[in-house]
Design a protein around this ligand. Structure first.
Ligand SMILES: Nc1nc2c(c(=O)[nH]1)N[C@H]1C(S)=C(S)[C@@H](COP(=O)(O)OP(=O)(O)OC[C@H]3O[C@@H](n4cnc5c(N)ncnc54)[C@H](O)[C@@H]3O)O[C@H]1N2
Ligand code: MOO
Length: 627
């Protein structure tokens, strides 16, 4: 039997309906103040003692009777005798008995034989902190429903409060489901999925102020599911069932909740997260969270967080929101609210938001995201250049350090990002050029051969930019012919491929490697028609390598690294230059300065040259546009 989505209700309405049906029985507990960080106070907390609880000197100096000093002037200095007319005191010392004023030691001239001279009258209660200056016994320190911060702990202890009554953390049962879900990660069979969501939820529950109780994955068996969920509803305050929320034949979550309690809604107008289920069992909230990890994170954040806050009688705890400019158009359906993951970076002082992949299964988009952008329901999306509000997942301080790169991909980018704060998007050389033109990136990595001159990348400067853009030299990677191990057809050059009528596989139009082939054919006066398979295209170096390895092609052009990985022989042809376009004004930016010094460093050089087919020559050198 299959489920059908019954609802497409607005998220806020769904939460309100849900909260109305939930009945929490509030529990509080008394704990030591030293364990109380981030807990929520169950009631108003008042001081048990005053602070200070005696009159205390606020300065190092002498305590005097103010009346004795009334006549002291510069023209009429007073000599005071220790023990009779003054005593020495330090900051914090009690001021008792007849003493009612403190003179700072700097304003006192110390003479011999326990005598001092003062030249100014000392006012009553000068430099004395009276009893209860900070906290008065019986006065409130923090209200009920307050999240205890480190400074609150300090004030509570000063006020003599050593134990506090806090709201008990709601117990949140987390039940991963699905016969394909396993905990064991060492021998993962095809069709099995490691349970990662439940561990992610445990972290989220802790962040939201609850206590997670994780269950082992439950197989798709209706009775076992009912038994586990029923036990969880007894043991916990909130139950989360992960996966089995949609329309598959084994998606039992709705039926389990229906059997044990009541389903309030199934299906919300949210993407990702459409099949979310909300229900109650004996008044306790039960939430069916979709299985896909990104949907899981977003729905847990959208629906479980407010329920935990509701239990704790707290506001929802929205993240900080900032305004950013969208770098690309994002279309969205009118039917639902959509949460888009974005990466952020400052370019020219403006915060720029670039949408990341929208796949519900791509956990890495959550790892890379600096913020969430919510596109409301009934919006067709946002166009490039729009000012939008984004919810921060990372601090702005970290975002300020990000160097942005949009353009062609090379493994060297991974090497750079493990040393610098680099956010890199791979859209090919031409995509990088347009991003730089639109001022959406600091760096645009490219590798484009100018067929007229045989030079790499400098032609791009002249063709697309004026002298406000220059090149930073990057790395060189070896291009050549990939052939099967042992080179059975004896290939030594491109001409051999033509003359021996070997089966070739080419790269797609616009790819740097294809441009190189065309250049070589032209300079060696070989017609493309002479290459069998010239029109057969693959889109990556690896795809070409695999075609040669599997025998689908006799030869292909690509980088040495692709030949090495596939165990192929490699006939070296030339070195391709992979450089970075940058605006000249950005050369002064500290992030670019750090990038350039990294490219020039011995550490970078050493790491690059350890890669097969890679070398560095002039890395970090700046080539200006001389148009
Ligand atoms: N015919 C339809 N199929 C689907 C629809 C639909 O509308 N019609 N909706 C899709 C959407 S949207 C979502 S979201 C998913 C929700 O799937 P379920 O909640 O039913 O979950 P499963 O199918 O059991 O699993 C989906 C997927 O999730 C991953 N997963 C599950 N559990 C875990 C875990 N503990 N840790 C990590 N990853 C987990 C896993 O990749 C599963 O393959 O349904 C669509 N289908
Ligand atoms: O609802 Mo699904 O979570 O859109 O991918």
């Amino acid at each position: 039997m299959r489920n059908k989505y019954i609802d497409n209700i607005d998220c806020d309405t769904a939460i309100e309906n849900f909260k109305r049906e939930v009945e929490f029985s509030e529990r509080t507990e008394t704990i030591s103040i030293t364990q109380a960080l981030h807990r929520i106070t169950g009631k108003l907390i008042t001081a048990r003692v005053s602070s200070p609880n005696y009159n205390a000197s606020a300065m190092d100096g002498i305590a005097v009777r103010s009346a004795d000093t009334m006549e002291a002037r510069e023209s009429n200095p007073f000599i005071l005798e220790e023990g009779k007319e003054f005593i020495y005191v330090n900051t914090g010392a009690p001021i008792l008995g007849e003493w009612d004023s403190v003179i700072m030691i700097e304003d006192v001239t110390e003479l011999e034989q326990g005598r001092v001279e003062i030249i100014k009258a000392s006012k009553p209660w000068q430099h004395i902190r009276p009893i209860g200056e900070d906290i008065i016994k019986g006065d409130p320190i923090i209200p009920a429903g307050h999240k205890i911060r480190p400074q609150d702990i300090g004030a509570l202890i000063s006020g003599g409060v050593l134990e506090v009554e806090v709201v008990a953390k709601p117990k949140v049962a987390i039940i991963p489901t699905g016969s394909e879900i396993v905990e064991e990660t060492s021998h993962l069979q095809v069709g099995k999925i490691i349970d990662s969501n439940s561990h992610m939820f445990m972290g989220m529950v802790e962040e939201f102020g609850g206590e997670g109780i994780r269950y082992s994955p439950v197989k798709d068996d209706f009775d076992t599911l009912c038994e586990t969920v029923s036990r969880a509803a007894e043991e916990s305050d909130i139950v989360v069932i992960n996966a089995g929320s949609s329309a598959g034949t084994k998606d039992f979550t709705v039926r389990v909740i229906e059997k044990l309690g009541r389903v309030i809604s199934h299906g919300v107008a949210l993407k990702p997260g459409k099949p979310t289920i909300m229900g109650v069992i004996d008044g306790k909230p039960v939430i069916g969270i979709p299985g896909y990890p990104v949907s899981s994170f977003i729905t847990f954040d959208t629906f479980v967080k407010p329920i935990i806050s509701h239990y704790l009688k707290r506001r929802d705890g929205r993240r900080s929101v900032v305004e950013a400019v969208l770098s690309r158009t994002i279309p969205s359906s009118l039917k639902h609210k959509e949460i888009v993951r974005v990466s952020l970076g400052y370019i020219d002082g403006e915060l720029l938001a670039t949408p990341l992949t929208r796949g519900a299964g791509v956990t890495m988009s959550l790892v890379k995201a600096h913020a969430f952008l919510a596109i409301p329901r009934e919006y067709e999306g946002y166009s490039a250049g729009s000012r939008v509000e984004v919810e921060l997942l990372t601090s702005l301080e970290e975002i300020e350090e990000q160097l942005i790169s949009i353009g062609s991909h090379d493994i060297v980018m991974d090497l750079i990002s493990s040393n610098l704060h680099l956010s890199s998007t791979h859209v090919g050389s031409m995509g990088g050029i347009s991003a730089l033109k639109r001022k959406q990136t600091h760096l645009a990595p490219i590798h484009i051969l100018d067929e007229a001159t045989g030079l790499y990348n400098v032609g791009v400067l002249k063709k697309y930019f004026d002298d406000s853009v220059c090149l930073i030299k990057g790395i060189e990677r070896e291009q050549g012919i990939m052939v099967p191990k042992g080179n059975p057809k004896g290939v030594e050059s491109i001409r051999d491929i033509a003359e021996k009528s070997l089966i070739f596989i080419n790269r797609q139009r616009g790819a740097g490697t294809r441009i190189l082939l065309d250049y070589l054919l032209k300079t060696q006066e070989i017609f493309s028609e002479e290459i069998v398979g010239y029109d057969r295209e693959a889109t990556t170096h690896m795809a070409c390598g695999i075609a040669v390895k599997s025998g689908d092609a006799d030869a292909a052009l690509g980088i040495r690294a692709a030949a090495d990985i596939n165990g192929l022989d490699f006939i070296s042809l030339s070195y391709e230059e992979y450089d970075f376009l940058v605006r000249e004004e950005d050369l002064k930016d500290v992030r670019i300065e750090e990038f350039i010094s990294f490219l020039k460093s011995d550490s970078f050089k050493g790491k690059v040259e350890a890669l097969p087919g890679y070398r560095v020559k002039n890395s970090g050198k700046i080539i200006k546009n001389t148009v």
